[in-house]
Design a protein around this ligand. Structure first.
Ligand code: ZN
Length: 240
């Protein structure tokens, strides 16, 4: 089975469409949360994921947009975008987001937004954080998002190691336990503005990271029209 693994789409429909086109043919979509927030097309992104029968989890922005999480911990721009999203989304979008779990298992994978220890808030950005989290899921592999930076950590005895990856990296699924991040579709933060995604092939036993260019000016224009914070539109261009 070929699975498109997507995270942090953040209401960015052109990025989602470009990624899905580039990952074809795929048999399923697994998404790791933060489907909405920041970007200007939350309803359209959810409708597309629904139509594709995507499976997955809810992120902190999704929870905040449906009123299930306080926005106090968000920075000003993120809060403004979440509030815009909360007012904007259709009831069907809200219901779909509300039905998503914070954690799910698709054996041998565990799916969460942040980390197994704290699916809503924790960032797995270092080997130390990864190490603590390896003890907190049962499956061989865990898929996470939230950092907006593609990456993989592997378990080596009682330690965890970060593995360097870049666009075009392939990593094997050979039973060695991994925590895997596909990067962000809708707002990459590793200095590369192209949408980031992962193709997981369960037959071949491979993980392939992909970067896909998309018309980000379209998104910036829509954000301007909706008076979403300017900094959020500007950062798309720099991948930060
Ligand atoms: Zn996010």
């Amino acid at each position: 089975m070929r699975i498109a693994v997507l995270s942090d789409i953040h209401g960015n429909l052109p990025a989602l469409e470009a990624v899905l086109e580039a990952l074809k043919p795929y048999d399923a979509i697994w998404q790791l949360g933060d489907i909405v927030g920041y970007g200007p097309q939350p309803d359209e992104v959810v409708a597309r994921l629904k139509a594709e029968g995507a499976t997955g989890v809810r992120g902190n922005h999704d929870s905040a947009a449906i009123g299930a999480l306080d926005t106090d911990a968000f920075n000003d721009d993120a809060r403004a975008a979440v509030e815009w999203t909360a007012e904007r989304i259709a009831p069907a979008t809200r219901d779909w987001l509300a039905a998503l779990p914070l954690r799910t298992e698709m054996k041998p994978f565990t799916l969460v937004h942040g980390s197994p220890r704290d699916p809503t808030w924790e960032y797995v950005y270092s080997a130390g954080v990864a190490r603590a989290n390896f003890a907190l899921f049962e499956t061989a592999y865990c898929l996470v998002g939230h950092t907006h930076v593609p990456g993989v950590f592997r378990q080596r005895g009682s330690r965890a190691e970060a593995v360097q990856i870049g666009p075009g990296t392939r990593h094997p699924l050979d039973g060695e336990r991994l925590i895997v991040n596909p990067g962000s579709v809708g707002q990459p933060r590793d200095g590369d503005p192209r949408a980031s995604a992962l193709l997981l092939d369960t037959d071949a036993g491979t993980l392939d990271w992909r970067r896909v260019a998309y018309p980000l000016e379209q998104v910036q224009k829509l954000m301007e029209r909706e008076q979403l914070p300017r900094r959020l539109a500007a950062r798309l261009q720099f991948g930060l």
